[in-house]
Design a binder for this molecule. Structure first.
Ligand SMILES: [Zn+2]
Length: 223
């Protein structure tokens, strides 16, 4: 009898020990889950704010009164490499354009400027019309953004380059109240036949991303 009791006590002890361990593990989970969750959110927030960098308000400031921009036209450079300074020289010397760089913004691919780096053209600083389409009426009211790369015969924009574009287009369209229907690819401006910004440019994805950001920010406003 004593042996049985001792035996049972031993079992009870093991069971108690296991139960206690399970409680400890379970409470550990309860304690650690919120921490894991908040760490994840913090990481996402950091990623979101990192992708919003640089400060576009600061970057897009102008030297003169801003024009009433109505459209955004997206281009590729149709070259594997380049940056704003190189295109500026080309447009001044080869094209003979007084104001140089045809675009307002150039987004680098890591060749002669950073991957995803947004360069600001003189036309933006001075709020001069663009020279990025063959339609002068369009150039007067359309912001020209050029991504370095050949998306017709080469690959597609780099992920970082595309993120910068999403942020820049979202910023500009919100600032100037430009509707989604007025965000165009160069080939949509049908004055001159062009494939720009190329068949590999993910235009539908750009529109989806902009819609997602817009609905997210309107949800935040409702909250
Ligand atoms: Zn173009």
């Amino acid at each position: 009898m004593f042996f049985i009791k001792q035996h049972m006590n031993k079992h009870e002890g093991i069971i108690r020990c296991i139960s206690l361990s399970m409680i400890v593990i379970a409470s550990g989970l309860f304690i650690s889950i919120p921490f894991l969750k908040s760490a994840k959110i913090e990481k996402l927030n950091r990623l979101e704010s990192a992708s919003c960098m640089p400060d576009l308000d600061h970057l897009c400031r102008t030297d003169v009164k801003e024009r009433g921009w109505e459209y955004i036209v997206i281009h590729h450079s149709a070259t594997a490499k380049g940056n704003a300074a190189r295109f500026d020289q080309y447009h001044k010397k080869k094209k003979g354009w007084e104001y140089g760089l045809a675009y307002h913004f150039v987004i680098g691919n890591g060749s002669f400027s950073g991957n995803g780096e947004i360069e600001i053209g003189n036309r933006w600083k001075k709020q001069i019309h663009g020279a990025h389409t063959a339609n002068m009426n369009c150039n007067r009211v359309a912001i020209g953004i050029c991504l370095v790369g050949d998306f017709e015969n080469g690959g597609s924009p780099s992920e970082t380059q595309f993120e910068s574009l999403v942020n820049l287009v979202q910023y500009l369209s919100r600032k100037y109240n430009i509707p989604s229907s007025n965000i165009l690819e160069h080939k949509h401006v049908h004055q001159k036949s062009t494939a720009c910004p190329g068949k590999n440019f993910p235009f539908a994805e750009l529109k989806t991303r902009l819609l997602q950001i817009a609905s997210k920010s309107s949800n935040h406003k409702e909250l």
